[in-house]
Design a protein around this ligand. Structure first.
Ligand code: 13P
Length: 319
């Protein structure tokens, strides 16, 4: 869609389609979520407040100015209650032409647990989104929310909102929507890896190479990746405790405004996270030289069965 003029009617229908996909994929429940497109220097087309995003029609959309004042809309329709969050993204990022907010359950689970998706785990995510930090908790629909996301939107296209949901920014509507899909997919894969007890990270050198691919393939990114110096990341539980203790980010001094903080070990094989698969089988598992784990076939089968069970329960596949 980017690079060509899209009619107002087409944009309205595209918002309807993105809302339908958000609802169909379970990224929103009830009236959750909101979607907007910047249609001019001082105009934004967006979803109205308090409607199911799965069952919208093109004529429901409203137009506002960049102060959030309603310019046009069907009688009784008012802009999304989260309009201020959308506007702060447009104000700080002229390259952003669309914003999607949703509550995808796995990504929101990470946001509730206080665990950012900022480890170098998947090459494509590192290359496209970089890191997905967590903006601090803010009461929805108040000025607190744009204030909380403002420090992150200059350098990130995807972020988690503590105890709330996720936000994706894009050069067009489907670009923003696909980023929301990537955030949730990454959260799902991260959860599975953690439930399996091991998360092998890409090395810092590999992260540098992936950053180079951005240039080679012309991948637009709001900021460079900055690899954090080697340090052991707190485990998920500790990260939650840190946030509860008032820390705004799990690593003091990280700079989320000018670059995308990605955690990666300096050499392949180093770990920034503990290998919990050893702890899970502590009674009978042995750790050999070089850190490899030795399991009997029965132990391995039991571990996999347990991990699949936990993941299935976590995903709501087993009741
Ligand atoms: P609106 O219906 O006002 O857009 O709000 C939905 C929502 O998700 C609030 O966080």
């Amino acid at each position: 869609m980017s690079g060509r003029a899209v009619s107002d009617q087409q944009l309205r229908e595209d918002i309807v389609e993105v809302g339908r996909r958000l609802w169909t994929r379970g990224f929103v429940a009830s009236n959750d979520g909101n979607i907007s497109v910047r249609i001019g220097d001082d105009r934004v087309l967006m979803t109205p407040t308090a409607v199911s995003k799965g069952f919208m029609s093109a004529d429901m959309m409203v137009v506002t100015d960049m102060d959030g004042t309603l310019v046009s809309g069907a009688p009784g329709r008012r802009p999304s209650s989260e309009i201020l969050m959308h506007l702060v993204a447009y104000r700080q990022r002229p390259d952003v032409r669309a914003v999607v907010h949703a509550h995808p359950p796995l990504a929101t689970g990470f946001a509730v647990a206080g665990i950012p998706l900022d480890r170098a785990v998947l090459a494509e995510v590192v290359t496209t989104l970089g890191s997905i930090p967590i903006a601090g908790y803010a009461t929805p629909s108040t000025q607190e929310l744009p204030d909380a996301v403002a420090p992150y939107v200059t350098a990130h296209d995807g972020l988690l909102l503590a105890n709330h949901g996720a936000l994706a920014l894009g050069a067009d509507l489907f670009a923003a929507y696909y980023k929301m899909e990537t955030i949730e997919h990454f959260a799902r894969i991260s959860l599975v890896a953690r439930q399996l007890g091991r998360e092998n990270l890409l090395s810092r050198d590999e992260v540098d190479r992936l950053q180079g691919l951005r240039t080679r393939y012309g991948i637009a990114s709001p900021a460079p990746i900055c690899v954090e110096p080697d340090q052991r990341r707190p485990t998920g539980r500790d990260e939650g405790a840190l946030l509860r203790a008032g820390a705004t980010a799990p690593s003091a001094g990280r700079d989320d405004a000018s670059c995308q903080v990605v955690f990666a070990p300096s050499t392949t094989g180093d770990r920034l996270v503990p290998d919990t698969s050893v702890a899970q089988g502590a009674a009978t598992t042995t750790v050999g030289t070089g850190g490899e784990i030795r399991l009997t076939y029965a132990q391995l089968t039991a571990l996999i069965d347990e991990a699949v069970k936990q993941v299935s329960e976590g995903l709501g596949l087993v009741r």
